[in-house]
Design a binder for this molecule. Sequence first.
Ligand SMILES: [Zn+2]
Length: 47
Amino acid sequence: MCYADTTANGDGTATAYCYCGWSENCDTMEIAEQAAERHQNRQDDQD
Ligand SMILES: [Zn+2]
């Protein structure tokens, strides 16, 4: 099971990422947190 996290960028955007290698750049921290949660819940996604 993935455990995604988020990090704030200096320009006001945020990045959601996971130790599995997934990451997603988002316009805001709120969107990044939603993306991280969505990634964690995708347990069937073996990529
Ligand atoms: Zn992951």
